[in-house]
Design a protein around this ligand. Structure first.
Ligand code: SF4
Length: 745
């Protein structure tokens, strides 16, 4: 069995490789030289932050040396997200600050979109230009014809800007391209969703089931650490994945499922748990509705039925169902994070939620805890105007269960459709590289070409900045104050991010940019404080703290006030569903005309000579945003294509060989990708890490390295429930005829 040390070794290696200088300092030795003592003293000068390299937002400390240069960044010991440790990519995060390819000053396009010709501008000129264009669009088409796409902490202030002008058309790709189906499915079942970070009590679990969830590769810091603890305590790990992932390597059971058949396995597990009477009868009786309907529904879905679909042996299906039941209620069938796969994703995650309900794990130790957060007070401001039009009108009556904006619908609504003009005329895009984030890049480009205004706010030149009319350079998370991190967790807590450095070049924080635009749009009343630190201090004082206290503490944690971490024995609970119960049979889905109980729908198989394209994460990178980070680039500079040896033999492929890929629609990769022949992938699929294959030449390190999976995803399978973009229904074949000069040196 894997030990905790083995599991997290990659984290320690990553940290050492990134900041070897800091690691070499003898912090605990008594025989320090004077120089080392001075360095040690300087190292105690620390600044609180929370990491921006991924959405986990681990709180930590930034340490600088006597020259004021960064020496290291570490986790905050009292932080529930990080437990005192940063993951490799978080440790390498400061590369975002030092990257000399950063955007340095505002840019205004001087030639038409698609060509990279900009001139530098002052902030005054750039902001006047953007605000002037926004006014024109608002006057002609209404405020709702402006759309905001955002990711990261700065988004809060741009959404406030949008609310102040009367547009509700804002969206984060992290909903429709990532976790939306999960949130909708859990809302439909439990009346609430797992949140971010998820409310999984992994540290006390006795059985963790991962279905296509790559904990350990996707470095969700707290979860990785808790999973290591759980493994050490003997928890059973069950991993369902066509690929032998890092998590599969730590698992008692690896189920190498045929891709696109997960629903069949889940239904067979539900069948087995009900018909073998493994379910938690007291819990189901007290808290759940729709059990009889569910029991009748899954009657035909036996393990033998699922075998023919999934290729998983019925004995193994029964054995793993038994393992879950033995651990119940300390069992987690993990809700996953990136769950937009095949278009029936809400229904698949509904099956996951139902399994958890049957096993009695929601609200139980070792299952799912109750989240509690701190409400950050809002400074009094005028009521936001009510938008007169919404993205929802683009597809009337659809996606009613999506409780957040759907980014791909905003993109669709930017292209004129039969008989109607485009609803969206201008985009502000903050911290998200849409062409590499939303599938079907050509469609996104078509939408961008239709716009009257495209503004990109980012720290780095990206594909999206290449298409923008105006580029506004944001400073990095190490150079700015940001909104207080208030994510709910086991205990309510807030974390402060403050600048460790002055902003480099002519970069500015999101709050400042949003406020300056608001002032120019006569919406200054919504941005009362000139400086964000004054707003933070006001907010903290309402909460019984202050900015001064937080500068020293970094993180402040309160005791729970609302309820206990887990359900009490026999506690009466009203769930936020239509029936007040955990809905095994979903009335919310039924009311919208969808199946109230999940089913299995067959999906197309790869044509002869093609393989299903599966993509995932690496521990040292986050999406396409970190590919050029000098620290993280040193750890991983390109992605590779995993190919099964049987397939490699058939095609005459060998490891280290570069090839192109072509998908079912004839779309070819821009740059070649290196083959990795490995038994760790099924013969019917290939796998690559997402986020490479940049064609933005200003990214001098990563340009032209590896392949871009998003470009190959042209068959998008829409989730009819919430508008998510299923991206795993794409097939690729190999193009081996490549020229030597195509390979980046
Ligand atoms: S998990 Fe890693 S990258 Fe993400 S916020 Fe935490 S330290 Fe940063």
């Amino acid at each position: 069995m894997a030990t905790r040390r083995q599991f997290i070794r990659i984290s320690a290696m990553g940290a050492g490789a990134v900041l070897a200088g800091a690691a070499g300092i003898k912090l605990f030795a008594s025989d320090l030289t004077d120089g080392q003592k001075a360095t040690r003293a300087a190292l105690t000068a620390r600044t609180p932050t929370y990491c921006e390299i991924c959405f986990w937002k681990c709180a930590g400390w930034v340490y600088k040396d006597e020259k004021g240069e960064i020496k290291k960044i570490t986790g905050h010991p009292e932080d529930q997200h990080s437990s005192g440790r940063f993951c490799p990519r978080g440790t390498g995060g400061p590369g975002m600050y030092t990257d000399e390819d950063r955007l340095k000053r505002p840019l205004i396009r001087v030639e038409e979109r698609g060509s990279q010709v900009f001139r530098e501008a002052s902030w005054e000129e750039a902001l006047d230009h953007v605000a002037g264009k926004m006014k024109e669009i608002i006057a002609k088409n209404g405020p709702e014809s402006l759309a905001l796409f955002y990711h990261g902490s700065g988004g809060k202030y741009f959404t406030d800007l949008f609310k102040s002008i009367g547009s509700g058309n804002y969206a984060q790709p992290s909903f429709a391209q990532c976790r939306g189906p999960r949130d909708v499915a859990f809302n439909a079942t439990f009346g609430e969703n797992p949140g971010s970070p998820e409310n999984t009590d992994i540290r006390d679990t006795r059985c963790l089931v991962l279905i296509g969830s790559h904990i350990g590769e996707n470095m969700h810091n707290g979860q990785v650490q808790e999973m290591s603890d759980a493994i050490d305590k003997g928890a059973t790990i069950i991993t369902v994945d066509p690929r032998f992932s890092t998590a599969a390597g730590k698992s008692k059971y690896w189920l190498p499922i045929k891709p696109a058949t997960d629903n069949a396995l889940l239904l067979a597990w539900i069948h087995e748990i009900i018909y073998s009477e493994y379910y938690d009868k007291k819990y189901v009786e007290k808290y759940c509705s729709g059990f009889d309907e569910l029991k009748a529904h899954v009657e035909p879905f036996t393990p033998e039925w699922a075998y023919g679909i999934t290729t998983i042996d019925p004995t193994l299906i029964r054995e793993t169902a038994r393992a879950m039941a033995d651990a119940s209620p300390a069992v987690i069938v993990h809700p996953g994070r990136h769950v937009t796969w095949y278009g029936d994703d809400t229904q698949r995650v509904r099956a996951v939620a139902i399994l958890n309900a049957l096993l009695g794990s929601w609200g139980r130790r070792g299952g799912f805890f109750r989240l509690e957060g701190k409400t950050i007070p809002s400074y009094p401001h005028p009521e936001f105007p009510v938008p007169q039009k919404s993205w929802r009108e683009w597809y009337p009556g659809q996606y009613n269960l999506a409780d957040l904006g759907v980014s791909n619908v905003l993109i669709d609504a930017s292209i004129p459709a039969e008989g109607r003009d485009a609803m969206i005329k201008g985009w502000i895009v903050s911290g998200t590289n849409l062409p590499l984030t939303v599938p079907n890049m050509e469609h996104t480009i078509k939408a961008m070409q239709n716009l009257d205004l495209l503004v990109a706010i980012d720290t780095m030149p990206m594909e999206i900045t290449g298409w923008a009319d105006v580029v506004l350079p944001e400073c990095t998370y190490l150079e700015r104050y940001d909104t207080l991190r208030d994510s709910p967790h086991r205990k309510p807590a807030v974390a402060l991010r403050m600048p460790a450095f002055e902003p480099k070049y002519e970069t500015k924080p999101a709050y400042w940019i949003a406020r300056e635009l608001a002032l120019r749009l006569d919406k200054g009343d919504y941005f009362h404080f000139e400086k964000l630190e004054d707003l933070l201090d006001w907010q903290l004082k309402q909460m019984g703290s202050s900015l001064d206290e937080m500068k020293k503490a970094g993180v402040k944690t309160w005791n729970r006030e609302v309820d206990d971490l887990f359900f009490g024995e026999g506690e009466d609970i009203e769930f936020y569903t239509n029936t007040g119960k955990i809905e095994l049979y979903s009335t919310a889905l039924e009311n919208e005309g969808f199946d109230p109980l999940p089913s299995y729908t067959p999906h197309p198989e790869p044509p002869q000579g093609y393989y299903r394209l599966i993509y995932g994460r690496a521990p040292m990178h986050t999406f396409s945003r970190t590919a050029n980070n000098p620290n993280l680039f040193d750890l991983m500079d390109e992605n590779t294509l995993w190919v099964n040896p049987r397939v490699a033999k058939e095609w005459g492929l060998s490891s280290e060989q570069y090839i192109h890929l072509e998908n079912q629609d004839g779309i070819k990769t821009d740059f070649p990708i290196k083959v990795r022949v490995t038994e760790r992938i099924r013969w019917d699929s290939v796998y690559m890490v997402h986020g490479f294959g940049h064609r933005e030449k200003k990214l001098t390190r990563t340009y032209g390295r590896g392949a871009n999976d998003t470009k190959m995803i042209t068959n998008v399978m829409m989730d009819p429930v919430m508008g998510g973009t299923g991206m795993r229904g794409n097939f690729v074949t190999f193009v081996t005829d490549i020229k030597a000069e195509e390979v980046a040196s």
